[in-house]
Every structure is written in C-alpha cells, then in structure tokens.
Design a protein around this ligand. Structure first.
Ligand code: NDP
Length: 326
C-alpha cells in the first residue's frame, strides 16, 4: 500500500529556529542509532518512520555507523527514501555524521579531510540522496587541526552535498574555535549535538552559553539516558536491563534513586517520566530539539505527549535540581 502522509501533519507542531539560522527543527526529532539496523524488522522501522512524519517530525538523525551492522541504518532509511518518502524529500531534514570508527585502517575514523569527505559520499549512496541537510563532525579529534575538520565540512557545503553543518560533543572552547573558523570560511555551522538529560547536565557548564553567544542551536542526544528515564527502570530495573538496551550506561543505585524521585515529579505534573525528561530539556532557555530514540509508535506517541506541557514553575525547577544533584 503506497504511503500518503497525513494531511494534518503540520497542524500541531511548533517548529523552532536553530540558533540565528533559517533552519527550523521540530522540538522532537527521531534518532536512528539503535532501532533501525538489520537486527530489527524493516516493517517496524517503516511503521515508526511513517508515524513520526505523520505527526510532524520532519527531522531524522543518522550517522555512517548506525546499525548494526555499521551502515545498515542508512541503507534501511535509504530504502524508505526511495519509496515512501521520495515525494516528501523537500519536507525532510536528514542528517549524517562521521567521526567514530567506520572502516578498517587509519582513514576510517577521526576528523581528517580524507575520512569526512569519503564517508559523506558513502552515506549519500547508502541513503539514496544527493545531499544531506545537515552533516556533522561526530566527535572532537584533537589530533587533527580544527581548520582541517571544519574545512572538510565547508567543502561538503560548497559541493552541494550538505546544506548546513554541525559538530557533536565538542567542548565549549573547541566549539567557539570551530565557530570562528566557520565564520571565516562563510560556512553555515549552525548546530551542536551534545548529550544532555536529567542524568547528564554537562552542557550547562559553559556549552549552552557558548552556543547562545555564537548564534548556534543545539539538539540533545540520549535525552532519556538511553531508556533509563522511563518507567520500566522504576518498575523493575534488572528485568528492564536484561530485556532492553544492554549497553545502557549509568544503571547505578544512585541513578535509580534519582529516577524514582523524578517519577514522582512527573506524576504530580500529570506526565509520564519520559515526558517529564523531554519537556524539561525543552523548557525556556533549553535546547532547540531533542533527539529521541523509539522502538515502537507507542513510545513515540508517549514522547510526543511531552510537547503539551514544557513550562515549569520555579519550585518545580528547584526541586528537580535538588533531585538530580543526588
Ligand atoms: P534515548 O535516551 O532517546 O533512549 C531511547 C530508548 O529509550 C529507546 O530505544 C527505548 O528503549 C526507550 N524509550 C524511548 N521512549 C520511551 C518511552 N516513551 N517509554 C519507554 N521507553 C522509551 O536515546 P538513544 O540512545 O536512542 O539516542 C537517541 C538518538 O541520539 C540516537 O538515535 C542518535 O540519533 C543520537 N545519538 C547521537 C550520539 C552522538 O554521538 N552524536 C550518541 C548517541 C545517540 P527500547 O529500544 O529498549 O524500547
């Protein structure tokens, strides 16, 4: 059955400006790191992606090595681009990245011009795209001059293979340096993708203020701490760990105590725990978009429910600060 996107898909989503750029992103974006490799049924992936787009999620985030195996998330997404989403290409923001290991040898990892340019080509081929909307340096690589890494992003823009570029997990200092280099080159370095969640608040220590100063936006990855900020860990942490994402980091007694206290705040606000976690990231002065993973449309709907209440009283914010500081 051919896919026809829901006609009302833009009616309830309030898109947000990425820094001072002209790019708009939905407050909730979908990440394809975990549930879109060859180890998951294609039909489930298709159902989640269609549902996301039907509900106004216009941004899909990928990277060269998402899977498993590496490359398979881009391949599966490419299949969707060729079929369901082909008529909607101009309504979709696709991102990809290179930085972590992708192929053997010295040119399949890092921040060199050699790696970034060849990996971007390979990603475009896998996804059946002529360009990506957003291309990232996936991680800082101190052994490569920043001019070279940002220069490679600039080349992709000039070649028409990326419309905007970004950086991920860069420190505040390196972010400011990258922004200065990009400004000199005239390349649209518009966004930073950091980890950020109620259990991981490092960005508040200088990164968010740097981005504000540089006119850049931000999109938070692992906003649910890879599933830790969900009820399944409150109810039965051991079973959840065994049945779900076994790589989940931070499954400590301290974090579980924090999660339980946060669950009470969520309940008071009439939100689910994931809804609280996402709404808090989107509160005033927070981030542009949150990049959530989902293994079902039900999870996605739950997460989208966060958007109906993203304001917090001062008392709630103070209480949350107290809880998350342990
Ligand atoms: P999340 O914190 O969003 O965790 C997602 C997981 O939480 C899902 O896979 C699911 O677990 C569970 N979940 C989601 N919603 C619900 C819900 N409503 N109720 C119960 N459980 C729920 O982070 P991810 O690790 O998936 O990362 C999100 C995206 O961020 C990635 O896809 C990627 O695009 C990006 N990312 C970027 C990185 C970078 O270096 N730039 C690094 C890591 C991620 P389950 O699958 O077990 O059902």
């Amino acid at each position: 059955r051919p896919y026809v996107a829901a006609p009302d898909r833009y009616e309830s989503m309030a898109y947000r400006q990425v820094g001072t750029s002209g790019l708009l992103l939905p407050p909730l974006s979908l990440g394809l790191w975990w549930n879109f490799g060859d180890n998951r049924p294609f039909d489930t992936q298709r159902e989640i992606l269609r549902h996301a787009f039907d509900r106004g999620i216009t941004h899909f985030d990928l990277a060269n090595n998402y899977g498993p195996p590496y490359g398979s998330a881009e391949e599966n997404f490419g299949r969707m681009m060729r079929t369901d989403f082909a008529p909607y290409r101009d309504e979709i923001i696709v991102s990809s990245k290179a930085g972590y290991d992708m192929w053997p040898g010295p040119y399949g990892i890092g921040g060199s011009r050699k790696y970034l340019l060849s990996s971007a080509e390979a990603s475009l081929r896998r996804m059946n795209l002529e360009y990506v909307d957003l291309y990232y340096s996936h991680r800082p690589t101190p052994e490569v001059p920043l001019e070279e890494t940002i220069g490679a992003l600039d080349t992709l823009v000039r070649q028409g293979k990326a419309l905007y570029v970004g950086i991920s997990s860069y420190s505040p200092e390196r972010t400011a340096e990258a922004a200065a280099i990009a400004r000199d080159l005239g390349t649209p370095l518009v966004i930073h993708q950091p980890s950020y969640s109620l259990l991981n608040r490092w960005v508040e220590d200088g990164l968010l203020s740097t981005l504000q100063r540089e006119g850049m936006g931000s999109i938070a990855f692992t906003p649910l701490a890879q599933g830790l900020l969900t009820n399944k860990y409150v109810d039965n942490p051991q079973a959840a760990a065994a049945g779900g994402r076994t790589t989940v980091q931070g499954l400590t007694e301290d974090n579980l105590a924090i999660v339980k206290n946060l669950a009470r705040v969520a309940e008071e606000r009439g939100q689910s725990l994931p809804q609280l976690a996402l709404a808090w990231l989107l509160r005033d002065g927070g981030v542009t978009s949150v990049l959530v993973g989902a293994s079902s449309t039900a999870q996605l709907d739950d997460n989208l429910g966060a958007l109906s209440n993203t304001s917090f009283t001062d008392e709630e914010l103070t209480l949350i600060d107290r809880i998350t500081s342990g």
